[in-house]
Design a protein around this ligand. Structure first.
Ligand code: SAM
Length: 481
């Protein structure tokens, strides 16, 4: 019987999946013939054959059949880690991510070698990512129908891939931010023209104002006001900008002239969201609260600074203390019932630690994108930039794109005729086949390799794209000659 298995395995490795499938089925039938009682060795072999049949059916895109085979494989040997792995893989294709996650947890429990453990761990992460991101992708199908998100490994983590062939110049996907902040400069110049939630330029007659003490926060619609009040512009972040005693006004004044002002303001918005979620018990802990907003890569910003020597992280982070005190005065709970709640207080203390703040800034640094919103009212194209507003945003799907010095996408804000709200539009730079990793460049890819690598080191990785490694190959060859 292992002959059937060996021959089928050879056909499988040659990509002859239909023929391999036939042989796996024949092998199973031969062992099970006559409904005889199977020995434990036979059961193990049947389990392996069903498991291999499952992966063959996955190759043939017969996912329901593959799940059936993997389930039978588990029935014949419930210690077979690979059967759980295959069941999880079939479930991923069937878009049953929660069930897939359970299967991968079983695979991890039964796995016996390091390599399979790594595969199962990566698959588990993949199912978790799918659980978080699929609702976003399916929420606006016309934005995201060409792409999917996959978790690759512990180095690259998530990445975007094409789900179908896409022609050069076509829109790959569009993205709107889950959190965005306008720069202090644009705010001063254009604050009375822009919706403070969706950042759209608005006509004076359709402005809706916040009813709280800030008086100046304005929106283009009741919808934007309601959404903003539920997330960033909560009762705690609504303050009179002239109230010099307000800790939040002090924070905003302190950061507005810094080169990192917009980043620090975006961090404030994230703090507003997280503390609101904790206080209103929408989330049990900081990480969950952050996870409901974003699953973006984080790491301490200070660890990316030239002054970091490997041992002085907490010393470097201390400089955040004055800013954090102001955020704490604004967003820390005041209700006695909250103050008595130990779990909540533990989370609040974590939220207002310099380490958490540094990690939020690191997350912004790794993932944020500068944004432009063009005013529809500009009259003279030469001074159009004066009327455009800029800021930074965290875009859920855009932020999952990894780097290559040979990017295959063009990034633009415009769809057809100008932009009037914050949106990223990604177009294919060349024809892309289904299953291609979508990559953009985090730096000017025309710079020399050394400069590119120095910029990229801020992101905490070494680029190994073909442009970076081709230099290596050339120099190795030269040495060999
Ligand atoms: C904007 S995020 C991209 C999405 C990220 N992979 C994730 O899982 O959230 C930037 C981070 O992705 C990783 N990354 C991006 N491009 C990479 C590459 N070519 N090689 C290794 N890691 C990369 C780095 O950790 C970087 O800080």
């Amino acid at each position: 019987m292992s002959d059937f298995k060996n021959q089928a395995n050879i056909l499988y490795t040659k990509g002859q999946f239909k023929d391999a499938k036939e042989l796996y089925i024949k092998g199973i039938e031969e062992i099970k013939i006559g409904d005889k009682e199977l020995s434990s060795a036979d059961k193990e072999l049947v389990s392996v054959l069903y498991c291999n049949l499952a992966v063959t059916n996955i190759q043939l895109k017969e996912y329901t059949q593959a799940l059936n085979d993997a389930t039978l494989s588990i029935e014949y040997n419930n210690q077979n880690a690979k059967s759980y792995q295959r069941a999880g893989d079939a479930l991923i294709h069937l878009q049953l991510y929660r069930e897939a996650k359970e299967m991968y947890l079983h695979a991890i429990r039964h796995v016996k070698d390091e390599n399979s453990l790594q595969i199962a761990n990566n698959s588990l992460q993949n199912s978790k990512m799918k659980l978080f991101y699929e609702p976003i992708l399916q929420g606006t199908p016309k934005f995201y129908e060409n792409i999917e998100i996959r978790y690759l490994d512990t180095v690259k983590e998530k990445s975007l891939f094409t789900k179908r062939d896409v022609k050069k110049g076509d829109i790959l996907f569009m993205d709107t931010p889950f959190i965005h902040r306008i720069s202090p400069d644009s705010m001063k110049r254009l604050g009375n023209l822009i919706c403070h939630f969706c950042m759209k330029f608005i006509a004076a007659e359709s402005i809706v104002y916040c009813k709280g003490p800030c008086k100046s926060t304005q929106y283009c619609s009741d919808h934007c006001r309601n959404e903003s009040e539920k997330t960033v512009h909560t009762s705690r972040s609504c303050v009179d900008p002239n109230d010099k005693q307000s800790a939040l006004v002090q924070y905003r004044n302190m950061v507005e002239n810094l080169s990192t002002g917009t980043t620090l303001l975006l961090a404030e918005s994230i703090y507003s969201m997280i503390s609101h979620k904790l206080i209103t018990r929408q989330s049990k802990n900081c990480n969950l609260a952050l996870g409901t907003i974003t699953h973006l890569k984080r790491g301490p910003l200070m660890a990316q600074q030239p002054s970091y020597n490997g041992n002085n992280l907490s010393d470097l982070q201390k400089q955040y203390q004055p800013l954090l005190e102001l955020l704490k005065k604004t967003y820390y709970p005041t209700d006695p019932k909250d103050l008595e709640n130990k779990l909540l207080m533990d989370e609040m203390n974590k939220l207002f630690s310099v380490d958490f703040y540094d990690n939020i800034l690191g997350m912004i640094n790794f993932n944020s994108t500068s944004t432009v919103v063009k005013s529809p009212t500009k009259t003279n194209s030469n001074n159009s930039s004066k009327n455009d507003s800029w800021g930074i945003g965290l875009f859920p799907i855009f932020s999952c794109m990894n780097h290559s010095c040979l990017p295959n996408v063009d990034i633009t804000n415009e769809i057809e005729d100008g932009v009037n709200s914050v949106k990223m539009v990604l177009k294919a730079k060349k024809n892309l086949l289904e299953g291609t990793e979508i990559l953009h460049s985090y730096c000017d890819e025309k710079l020399p390799k050394k400069s590119r690598q120095s910029i990229l080191s801020q992101y905490g990785f070494k680029c190994s794209c073909s442009k970076c490694s081709s230099g290596l190959i050339a120099s190795t060859r030269l040495k060999q000659c």
